[in-house]
Design a protein around this ligand. Structure first.
Ligand SMILES: Cc1ncc(COP(=O)(O)O)c(C=O)c1O
Length: 346
């Protein structure tokens, strides 16, 4: 990004086409360039889909109760403005199986349901919603599926065509390690006929594919181009290697947490349903105390999770080490063994 910023400062014509970035990203996520929108955030990609669909008052949107405001906010706005109805469904943390999740969602679908909105992974629990099975189920009911995959790009080996989902939105600045203000959204070819762009274009919209959703005036070209370099970096390591490393570290963490009395884990133990986000809680210990102890003792920052009053979330990326996971575990063990020192809110 810095390199492209310098190029642009030296020569304002150096912006260049973003098509090579689109092509690179499309191949990275298992999609076609015509299905990729270069966005500025996950939220933007969720919004374009939501606002572009024709919906009638009374139409229902079904989502998990653990969606992020960036994923549900635009649907709630349409609820206020257009009289659509947003319904939520509780997913156990963790669920017993992918089939259980699919059954829970299927039972909540009605004749009014138009879109199923889920995260992959859910930021509260780290659960990888079984999007392929959910897509098959949703399509059987004539329902579209839109996925908030903010954390997925750069964490998981995404194959979007194979997943069957209609729409997927993700960020560049998270696990892909690209600059801030970057993201991509996928619009499956045949869903583009149902989703309006919000700017008039001189060209034939259908020929443009998902580019028709990309019109928002001048953009920060260096950060968008930097996404291409972030992809190259990950490809040099290997997408499957990254996913395997992320999951191995997360498993090390979950195995260690299981062995500490009084510690609960909100994330599934199954490789199919969990990636690099792990949510745990030490019963009775306010999350802020756990966060503070980790910072004070090991200088490790972890965010809280809204799963409950005690829950925190650990992210394990490929550059983290088994030793760092052990350091997290040693602090959690220390807190669990010295509960009285940590149980009063700080
Ligand atoms: C699940 C989820 N969705 C959406 C967002 C918003 O992401 P962005 O800032 O890329 O819009 C986040 C941010 O952390 C998130 O965790």
């Amino acid at each position: 990004q810095t390199r492209y910023l310098r190029d642009l400062a030296a020569d304002p014509r150096a912006g260049g086409s973003l098509e090579p970035v689109r092509e690179k990203l499309a191949s990275f996520v298992g999609a076609d360039p015509d299905e990729i929108v270069l966005t500025r955030s996950t939220t933007e990609g969720m919004k374009i889909f939501c606002r572009g669909l024709d919906l009638q008052p009374g139409d229902e949107i079904l989502m998990s109760s653990h969606e992020h405001p960036g994923g549900y906010g635009s649907w709630r706005a349409r609820e206020d403005r257009d009289g659509i109805i947003v319904r939520t469904v509780d997913i156990p943390a963790p669920p017993e199986s992918a089939d259980q999740v699919i059954d829970i969602c299927e039972a909540a679908i009605t004749t009014k349901t138009r879109v199923l909105v889920v995260s992959y992974p859910i930021f509260v629990t780290g659960l990888l919603m079984p999007i392929k099975g959910l897509a098959e189920m949703a399509h059987r009911h004539g329902v579209l599926i839109s996925v908030d995959g903010a954390h997925a790009l750069g964490m998981l080996d995404l194959q979007l065509h194979d997943s069957g989902v209609d729409h997927f939105s993700t960020a560049g600045q998270k696990w892909l390690l690209a600059g801030s203000g970057t993201g991509l959204a996928y619009f499956k070819r045949d869903v583009q006929e149902q989703v309006w762009g919000d700017m008039w274009r001189r060209t034939d919209r259908n020929e443009e594919g998902a580019r028709k959703y990309e019109v928002s005036g001048q953009r920060h070209i260096p950060s968008a181009r930097g996404m291409g370099d972030a992809v190259d970096f990950q490809l040099a390591i290997g997408k499957q290697n990254i996913q395997a490393r992320v999951q191995t570290l997360a498993n090390q963490l979950k195995t260690g947490l299981h062995e500490i009395p009084g510690v609960g884990i909100g994330t599934s133990g199954s490789a199919e349903m969990s990636g690099g986000l792990t949510t745990f809680f030490i019963d009775g210990i306010p999350k802020a105390n756990t966060q503070k102890a980790l910072m004070d003792r090991e200088h490790i920052y972890i965010p809280g999770s809204s799963l409950n009053d005690f829950a925190c979330r650990v992210s394990t990326h490929f550059y983290n080490t088994p030793n760092e996971v052990d350091r997290v575990l040693s602090v959690v063990r220390h807190i669990a063994e010295n509960r009285s020192a940590y149980s009063t809110a700080v």
